[in-house]
Design a protein. Structure first.
Length: 272
């Protein structure tokens, strides 16, 4: 899953793709590089981010969704607003990524059910404004797992087919470095719920705290974390840097039973 942030304030690429044309070109590049899903977002979720009014979010994301439908990738709309999701689905998106796990807008789960599209529900403690203010858990993994099980049951009760729901532990959303590492270490417990797990570590600040690197320099750290996620059973890897991720995942996948050759053929240009 390649990240297409149409925002002025995203933590690692804020402002780079605020112009819709730049965002479309970036999304096309990610698809050419092998992204199978393009996650288009018009509202940053970084700690302390300001909320974006619906009209502004629509203005940011709709031309980008429209411009990316021809890539062949599934377009995911990263929003917690039903109005934005509905417009994006009308414009060709096929996936809803809601970081509030249907706690933000009461109309969103019903919309996903009605349209029959895939969705991702993610764990977050609190909201982006407050989530990094001293987050605490007794056992972060069992609490995140219980939350995701409850949200999955909620989605099903709202009419969404269980096989349409993916789960995400929400790395960095109301978690300390230790919480993130514990979630990665025991990701298999989240995978055991039985739904595909989306894993979003790309360039996140816990990697900066470990390596001392700035967001744009965290590609290797991101790849290392994604390899650990793959080994523990994650299915979808939400990233800013697609080629590095695919190479790291290809090597890791090749070591798994039945992992070689890869299911998705990649072009090989060298003979030595
Ligand atoms: N992380 C971010 C945004 N959306 N969605 C899911 N499902 N999982 C994640 O881990 C996730 C997400 C934050 O990353 P980014 O989009 O780069 O930053 P910002 O929220 O500042 O735009």
């Amino acid at each position: 899953m390649g990240v297409v942030n149409v925002t002025p304030d995203s933590f690692s690429d804020g402002g780079r793709y605020l112009d819709p044309q730049a965002a479309v070109e970036h999304g096309r590049l990610l698809a050419e590089q092998g992204a199978q899903i393009l996650d288009v977002g018009g509202e940053s979720t970084r700690p302390g981010a300001d909320a974006v009014p619906v009209d502004e979010e629509l203005r940011r994301v709709l031309p980008v969704v429209e411009g990316l439908t021809a890539t062949g990738a599934t377009i995911s709309i990263d929003t917690s607003k039903a109005v934005v999701a509905a417009a994006a689905l009308d414009a060709g998106a096929g996936y809803v990524n809601d970081v509030t796990a249907f706690r933000g807008d009461p109309a969103l789960a019903g919309l996903v059910a009605e349209r029959g599209v895939d969705c991702c529900v993610m764990h977050m403690l609190g909201n982006p404004r407050t989530m990094q203010d001293d987050p605490r858990y007794d056992d972060v993994v069992s609490e995140v797992k219980a939350f995701l099980e409850e949200r999955l049951a909620f989605a099903v009760a709202e009419g969404i087919a269980e096989e349409k729901v993916m789960l995400d532990p929400g790395i960095g959303f109301g978690k300390t470095v230790a919480h993130n590492l514990e979630l990665i270490r025991r990701l298999d417990e989240i995978v055991a719920i039985g739904r595909p797990v989306v894993f979003g570590v790309s360039r996140k600040s816990f990697l900066g705290k470990i390596t001392g690197r700035e967001p744009g320099e965290r590609g290797v750290a991101t790849a290392a974390a994604n390899v650990l996620g793959l080994e523990r059973g994650a299915s979808v890897f939400r990233v800013h840097d697609v080629p590095e991720t695919l190479d790291a995942l290809a090597v890791a996948a090749a070591t798994l039973p039945g992992g070689w050759p890869l299911k998705t053929p990649r072009t090989t240009t060298t003979t030595i």
